[in-house]
Ligand binder design. Structure first.
Ligand code: SAM
Length: 310
């Protein structure tokens, strides 16, 4: 006898329904039986590892099996976080996007510490840090744990500053697209900018470098990342123009206008020239491949204009 034909995708629809059912049942149980609610959310997350409703509920309920307990951080992930979405759809990750996203921030902490060690400016000695272009806090949660009360964040994404303030207890202010109008609440020992210049059109770099350099305390450090030249030429096969860059009008973030925020590939020479032109200083450190796969670290100790003599 022939088995009854199942409609296409009926299995996946059934399993999707069951994840939704698990989440709905867990939500109803939260007040009456927190432990059972946690167990159901965990089942939902095991079936659908990118399910942020289940993951965030485990964090909110302080379930003992939540990722935040393992990493000793707040593991809540904003549902609009484009970096999480990128990780969740990227074939190199995908098996466990929540763990990959959280450990990716941990990796950034380790990479940042290594670069600052090379400069003899240990992160743990910084009395104030501005994490500029902090997004929805992929790295912030780890930084805030290392330096409680010493971190300020800034970004343009809607709701991102409120989110990092509420979730990670940092100070935060909204950024804008015109660096000339941006007011920084104070100056910082370290201004850290991971993967913003990798997206900004080169013609606006000088203005951004001047603004961010001006937010550094006398003797402090501006640390930012750029795409490695080798990534552009060898891995992506991108042709750089005569000035030494290529700007592609797309990025991981569909919510940002590709005219202001795309993908920027540059030569090392262009980066060093822009630092000299904008800040009148040589990079104190240029460390190839310091961040992620294919981003170089550039550190500058800007001159203090107040110290200039005639
Ligand atoms: C590739 S993401 C990196 C986010 C974060 N630094 C991290 O490592 O997870 C770049 C970030 O730059 C932010 N950004 C873009 N334009 C900005 C601006 N004018 N001011 C501040 N942040 C900006 C984006 O919203 C996005 O969050």
């Amino acid at each position: 006898m022939q088995a009854a034909q199942k409609p296409a995708n009926s299995d996946s629809r059934a399993s999707e329904r069951s994840v939704d059912d698990l989440v709905a049942r867990a939500r109803r149980l939260e007040a009456a039986d927190r432990g059972e609610a946690g167990r159901l959310y965990m089942q939902a997350l095991q079936r659908d590892p990118a399910n942020l409703t289940a993951h965030n509920a485990l964090e909110r309920l302080e379930d003992p099996k939540r990722y935040g307990a393992w990493m000793r951080i707040n593991g809540t992930i904003h549902p609009e976080d484009d970096i999480f979405r990128f990780i969740a759809r990227e074939p190199a990750y995908t098996l466990n996007p929540v763990r990959d996203y959280l450990s990716d921030g941990w990796r950034t902490l380790s990479e940042t510490m290594q670069v600052l060690e090379l400069l003899d400016r240990p992160l743990m000695k910084m009395s104030s840090v501005l994490e500029f272009a902090s997004g929805y806090g992929r790295f912030t949660r780890h930084l805030a744990r290392a330096l409680p009360g010493r971190v300020t964040c800034s970004d343009v994404l809607p709701g991102s500053t409120e989110f990092v303030r509420e979730q990670f207890g940092v100070e935060a202010f909204e950024s804008c697209f015109d660096p000339a109008t941006l007011e920084f609440p104070e100056r910082y020992d370290l201004v850290f900018v991971l993967s913003l210049f990798t997206h900004l059109p080169v013609p606006v770099w000088d203005a951004w470098l001047r603004a961010l350099g001006g937010a550094v305390k006398p003797g402090g450090v501006l640390l930012f990342s750029v795409h490695s030249e080798a990534l552009a030429r060898e891995e992506l096969g991108v042709k750089l123009n005569d000035e030494g860059y290529c700007y592609l009008p797309h990025s991981e973030s569909p919510s940002l206008d590709p005219e202001h925020y795309g993908t920027t590939l540059t030569t090392r020479r262009l980066v060093e020239d822009r630092v000299r032109a904008a800040l009148g200083a040589e990079p104190a450190l240029y460390q190839p491949g310091a961040f992620w796969v294919g981003q170089d670290a550039v550190a500058v100790i800007p001159d203090d204009p107040a110290q200039e003599t005639c």
